[in-house]
Structure formats: C-alpha cells, structure tokens
Design a protein around this ligand. Structure first.
Ligand SMILES: O=C1C[C@@](O)(C(=O)O)C[C@@H](O)[C@@H]1O
Length: 267
C-alpha cells in the first residue's frame, strides 16, 4: 500500500490515476470534410480524452494544414484533453512515415500549442531523438510512450521492463497494447499490470490486450493499475477488440472499488 495518489497526473483539467480508468476514443479522418464532421461528432461522446490518429489523415506532409486541422479539433472538442498520435505502420498505423519526418511532425505539433499530449513509439526513440521529450516538457505537453504488438503477448517480465524503460526515457505515461492469443496471455498481461501496480506505483501506465480475447483487460484497469482505456468511437475502431463507450463504462463500473465500499453498508 502507500501507493495512493503516486501515479496521479493531470492532462489539461483531467486527473488520471485515481478512480476509474479514463476513457479515450480515437478521432479518425482522412480529409478535412471527414475531420470536421468527426471532430464535432466525437466531441459529443461520453469520453474523457480524444486521441487524434493522424496516421489516417492524408495531409500529414503539409504542416500548415496539420496546424489548421489541430486548431479545428481543439476548437470542436472544447476542454477535452487531446492526444496527438501518429501510429506507424509497423505498429498498426494507417500510413508509412520515415523516422525524420515522424519526429519533425511531432515536434511541430508540440510547437502549435494545440495538443495536450503526444504519443511516441518506444521503438522509434533512439538516443539521438531523445530531445523531443525535453522539448515536449518545456512546452507543457505530456509524453505518452507507447508500444504495440499485433501478433502476440510478450512475457510479463518483458512488459514490465518496457514500461520501466518508458518511464526512464521520460514518459508521463507508458502505454502498451499487445495481442493475447489465449487466456494464458491474458493472465500474463494482468500479471504484468499487477506487478507494476505493486512494485512501481510511481509509474503511470496503460496496459491492455487487443482483439476479442483481450477485452477483459480493457475493463479491469482499476483493479490492476491501468489508468486509461480505449473505446470505439462508434464508427471505426482504432484497434481490434475495442468496445462501445457504453460497454466500457458499465464494465468499469462493475469493477469500481467504490462499488465495494457501497456494498459494505449492507453488511
Ligand atoms: O495505443 C493505443 C491503444 C489502442 O491500440 C487500443 O488497443 O485500443 C488504440 C490506439 O489508437 C491507441 O493509440
């Protein structure tokens, strides 16, 4: 014990790390018309955070367009925290990007002052690009360091090591989504989460399993330590196995510790 409050952190006006995991949905659009419509639509959903999956957007090479797109999203979603994510193809993303432009784009988005957090993939962070993390922090932008495996689930030790590395590199929050192929893999994910929660209460993280088999892990964050969970935006999932916001909210409620306390009143 003694871990209460240690992994709390704030993105915009939202505190993560206490109570139920916060619910994030992805904004996916390929052109401006879709972007306008989707930004307005997701702004009305019952989610806590919006992730712009810019890897689906066709104008990524035009930075001025990117700034305008971010400006519109910022305006549409009002005070909800916004994560800028370019998911690379290697980790399940919508289009290819070279290393230099990946960092240039993230750097640029930090500079716009329009996004609250950026997502950087662990595998893309060789030492020479580490200054992007300092740059984000200097500009009050939170850093999500992420890892995705669309084939399998690494061992609990490997998952824990990755989350620890993410923190060492300067992540505000470490985020891992892997693919369980059976329920032993699900147990591996929960074991890694539980170990992180108990042994590293100072490291805020999200750890979930994708696909049908992984669904449970998207709901049990409050028990096992994940501070964030992704739900489908109602039109398009940004990863396999995402459930609707309603399903996620009722699942989170089912495992809510406050519910336990409430049942104490009845003996
Ligand atoms: O990292 C994640 C988690 C995710 O892969 C999921 O499993 O829901 C969805 C992605 O959009 C996001 O960037």
């Amino acid at each position: 014990m003694g871990s209460i409050g240690m992994k709390n952190f704030k993105i915009r006006n939202l505190v993560l790390g206490e109570g139920e995991p916060k619910v994030c949905v992805s904004l996916i659009a390929s052109n401006f018309k879709e972007l306008f419509a989707e930004a307005m639509r997701v702004s009305k959903l019952d989610c806590d955070i919006i992730e712009w999956r810019a890897d689906y957007f066709m104008y990524i090479n035009d930075l001025e367009f990117m700034r305008k797109a971010a400006y519109f999203i910022r305006y549409a979603i009002e005070d909800k925290p916004l994560i800028f994510t370019f998911r690379t193809q290697e980790e399940g993303g919508g289009q290819a990007i070279d290393d230099d432009f990946y960092f240039y784009l993230n750097h640029y988005m930090i500079k716009t002052g329009l996004v609250d957090a950026i997502d950087l993939e662990l595998s893309r962070l060789p030492e020479f690009n580490m200054n992007i993390i300092d740059f984000a922090k200097e500009n009050s932008v939170k850093v999500v360091i992420s890892h995705h495996n669309l084939q399998k689930t690494p061992s609990a030790e490997q998952l824990e090591e990755m989350l620890t590395d993410m923190k060492t590199l300067g992540a505000t929050v470490g985020k891992i989504a892997v693919t369980p192929n059976d329920f032993d893999d699900v147990l591996e994910i929960l074991k890694a989460s539980n170990n992180m929660k108990n042994n590293h209460p100072e490291i805020p993280f999200m750890l979930n399993g994708m696909g049908e088999i992984g669904k449970l892990t998207r709901l049990t964050g409050e028990l096992f330590g994940s501070v964030l969970t992704f739900a489908s935006n109602g039109k398009q999932s940004s990863a396999p196995g995402q459930m609707s916001i309603e399903e996620v909210r009722s699942g989170l409620k089912l495992f809510n510790k406050e519910e336990e306390k409430r049942s104490d009143y009845f003996g």
